[in-house]
Design a protein. Structure first.
Length: 277
């Protein structure tokens, strides 16, 4: 009688943590094969997708605080903002914060470190251009004229530019810790429903908690700056120097959060000593 294959109950539903770590390391090899033009287009798309979530969060929460309070408003904002990572994961795009997970492939010897650096530079710039362009589109859509949307957008931008370097750095670490865990879980999921749920919970948590995401801020702060140019919404607190004062520490924090607390941690647990290629 031929041997029969016994299927594990979880085999087709999701990957184990060890299998997921291996899959992410293998996925990192795309950096060696992917053309520059493909990387640029995918990074622009990621900027657009995160901006979709950011503008939706602004729109749906512009008048909710007096009704449901600040805590539930944060929950609503996080819930709808998660759309951004869902689009990145399910539709495919190159997101700088998620790409900190590529270091797992370098740690495992599958790609050289300079390729990681090259990818990060291209993707970060692509995300920046995509986010800026989407902010410009939203400004000229005039949707901010509805209710208190403009005031909400400016308040979000002001709150971000008011952060100290240390606070922005730590909030960036905590943010990408959750974002990369979302990517980890989405990689483990074997169907679209699982991937969407994997994106939703950690992203909702980081937004509701008030953590800082560099690519989201590349939409939030420029949108506030564009609106603050209008006489009705002038803000002395917003400036491009304030934008850079936020983006630099948040980006550094995002790198630390993703590389150290997710990529390095799970490489150490599951891949260290398993052999490199």
């Amino acid at each position: 009688m031929p041997p029969t294959h016994t299927t594990s109950p979880t085999e087709h539903r999701f990957l184990t943590p060890a299998q997921t770590a291996e899959q992410i390391a293998a996925n990192g090899e795309r950096v060696l094969r992917q053309s520059l033009s493909r990387t640029i287009v995918l990074s622009l798309l990621a900027g657009f997708y995160i901006a979709f979530g950011a503008q939706l969060a602004t729109m749906v929460t512009h008048d909710t605080t007096p009704i449901i309070g600040d805590g539930l408003t944060r929950l609503v904002a996080g819930s709808v903002f998660s759309l951004g990572l869902m689009l990145v994961v399910v539709c495919g795009a190159e997101l700088f914060t998620g790409n900190s997970m590529l270091t797992k492939a370098a740690l495992h010897g599958r790609i050289p470190w300079h390729k990681i650096a090259q990818n990060w530079v291209v993707v970060l710039l692509g995300n920046l251009v995509g986010s800026f362009f989407f902010a410009w589109l939203m400004f000229h859509s005039q949707l901010w004229e509805s209710g208190q949307v403009a005031q909400r957008a400016i308040a979000i931008a002001e709150a971000k530019t008011d952060l100290s370097f240390g606070a922005a750095l730590i909030r960036g670490i905590l943010c990408n810790w959750l974002v990369c865990l979302a990517v980890f879980m989405a990689t483990a999921a074997r169907d679209v429903t699982g991937k969407i749920l994997a994106c939703y919970v950690p992203i909702m948590a980081f937004v509701a908690s008030g953590f800082e995401h560099s690519i989201a801020n590349m939409y939030f702060i420029p949108t506030g700056l564009l609106l603050a140019r209008l006489p009705a919404f002038e803000s002395a607190e917003l400036s491009w120097s304030g934008f850079m004062a936020n983006i630099v520490p948040v980006t550094l924090g995002n790198i630390i959060g993703g590389v150290v607390f997710v990529a390095l941690a799970y490489w150490f647990i599951y891949l260290r000593g398993s052999g490199s290629r």
